[in-house]
Write a protein that binds this ligand. Sequence first.
Ligand code: ZN
Length: 380
Amino acid sequence: MAHRHLQPTSLPRRLLLPALLAASASTRCVDTSIPDLSNFGTGGRTDGPFCSPEDMAEFPAEELRLHFIDVGQGDAIWIQTPWYESELLESKNILIDAGPSGNVPGTSPGGAVVVDYLLRNGLDLGERLDALVITHAHEDHYGGLEDIVSSFEVARYIDPGFDGGSSGFVQARSVATAEVQRLSGQVSVPAVPGLVPQLFASTLLFGEFVQAEVLWAAEAPPSGNISSPSGTDINNTSVAFSLQWANRQVLLLGDLEQEVEAQLVAAHDRGEINLTSSVIKAGHHGSSSSSTPSFLSRIFPQKSADNWAIISSGRRSFSGVTLPTEDTLTNLAAVLMPFHILSTENLDGPMQKAPGTEHGDDHILVRINSDGRVEACYAF
Ligand SMILES: [Zn+2]
């Protein structure tokens, strides 16, 4: 399928959103082909509805949008906060993670995929991103940093403050923060100074109409293993957020693993926090190290058509394991209705991707309107 691009226009950006309105070729394009436009897949465990042109063509007032951009193995979530016609209030644009750089064997050019997606869906080169959050110091999250800061004006850069001993991360952060500061942006490292970790610290990051909390952000691994941290140690420093809008809650869990999930469950059971939600970005790309049944039972206490789990993963093999794992899909399927697990990997059915097309064709759009209606679909 041909790529579709927005043509230049003088209309306000929020009225344009749509990618599907205009077509032109661009060297920025990555593979965004999609083989089948039926409404649903055939019942694979990560199938779900496809977005209609109407879903993509306009961004109505008083709606919260979350785009889980298909960067292959990695994360990149673009959040558009509600805008109000009557109050002349603009939407905020926040990016959580930048995808991988593509420089690591077996990974995708995630930063380029993110830039391409944002440009096709309403942002212009050089336009403002209100915040860029790098959840933790792993390449599948920070690798695309330079692509982002060189393409958009980032008003605020945030990471948890722990570099995990990664020279690659230190270098990428250094380049990014220099560019942010050159454009008079703000750098917030660590994410929550002096609070390690901080449960449910309110943040205005998502504007005044989306109530949001920092669910987790650790300046050092909770395990205490700072000098030679494992992947798990670094994952458990992830900045995670809860967003509330229209009586719905969304949990963005970074790569948090079961050790932190257990702490959040304990806090929930003590009544300190409420994990019950409608939408989650499943932790750690659907790895078996996250999404434990006890955690999911607090988030989704009963099955509902309004509840969805989103998995951001690719075909990269980790010692023979690809994500999401069958264990995680089983745990999620136990608490969600059919077709309510969507994955950028999209493992099953006619949508199954051939090797080499592991990124760019299973973006996921979640829409929550002001009445609390929640819809999720595969975008492209
Ligand atoms: Zn990751």
